[in-house]
Design a protein around this ligand. Structure first.
Ligand SMILES: [Zn+2]
Length: 298
């Protein structure tokens, strides 16, 4: 599906190649259709023959080679097709250096990465003008990408924001410690307000236009969740599992891990804020048995 003159959404009907959790994959051409620039592939997705085939077919239809592959982050649902597509196309693979740990954890293909990024923000090493900003929190080396329109007066003023898993078209973002870090995530959300895109292309769910509203909504939701956790802890120490049972009473079993992880991310932030501490629960100090308590202790 063509989103803008030079931006394409490879899998808007993404149930066709991986079901409801399938991440979004995008291709970027060039503002100047006569240019010899190739295509940029953003977040190819999981390692699956059908996923790879659809991407290669879409690029073929556009009549240009994929020359660069960029990962917003290296979680497996966004990234594992990258080495195979790189092999098929000889494209260069671009990743933030703080994703190295994720790549080692899921297959160890870090030698396939051609360009590592380490600055807070800058232009990507590409023929097209594509800006990146390091937005840690969901993952340590998460980046958002901004593609200014050809007519933009200043670079962040008008264009498309590829938001990865910072803000989504639907649902909420999971923050899973220790790789996920809620304080960093909240800071990165505020950083997104530097951008004034006319369209946001997220890592999951439909594309949308109102970035500032979405950021506000996410911040409010996190504050409400924090207040809820503090209120529950005011009645006495609790484990993260018991907090989850109260807060997400009707949750689908396959979402429990993400829900409890997100509660632990909140608890860790509250510990950093000096509002919560852990207390010893006999000899058993495994994470799932840890008890959290409000400070100051009574
Ligand atoms: Zn992710």
């Amino acid at each position: 599906m063509q989103i803008k003159p030079s931006i394409y959404w490879v899998n808007p009907d993404n149930s066709a190649d991986g079901g409801e959790y399938r991440s979004n994959t995008y291709l970027i051409g060039s503002h100047d259709s006569a240019s010899s620039d190739g295509l940029i592939l953003i977040d190819p997705g999981p390692s699956d023959d059908l996923v790879i085939q659809r991407i290669m077919e879409y690029a073929h239809q556009l009549g240009k080679p994929i020359r660069d592959i960029i990962l917003t982050h290296a979680h497996p649902d966004h990234s594992l097709a990258a080495p195979e597509i790189r092999r098929l196309t000889q494209a260069r693979l671009h990743v933030h250096q703080l994703e190295r740990h994720n790549i080692e954890r899921w297959g160890g293909w870090d030698e396939q990465v051609d360009v590592w990024y380490g600055e807070a923000a800058g232009w990507l090493d590409l023929p097209q003008r594509l800006w990146y900003a390091h937005t840690p929190g969901h993952s340590p080396g998460h980046m958002v990408l901004f593609y200014p329109t050809a007519q933009a007066q200043s670079w962040q003023d008008a264009g498309a924001l590829f938001s990865g898993d910072m803000v989504l078209g639907a649902g909420t973002v999971a923050i899973i410690p220790p790789q996920g870090h809620l304080r960093q995530y909240l800071d990165s959300l505020v950083d997104l307000l530097n951008f004034r895109p006319d369209i946001v292309l997220p890592g999951h769910g439909p594309v949308f236009t109102q970035l500032a509203d979405k950021v506000q909504e996410y911040i409010v939701r996190r504050k409400q969740r924090e207040a809820q956790i503090l209120a529950l802890l005011a009645a006495g120490p609790r484990s993260s599992g018991s907090l989850m049972a109260d807060i997400y009473a009707d949750i689908r079993p396959d979402f429990r891990f993400f829900a409890e992880s997100t509660i632990r991310a909140h608890l860790e932030k509250l510990m950093e804020d000096g509002l919560v501490t852990t207390i010893k629960n006999g000899e058993n100090e495994q994470a799932e048995h840890l008890q959290y308590a409000r400070l100051p202790l009574p």
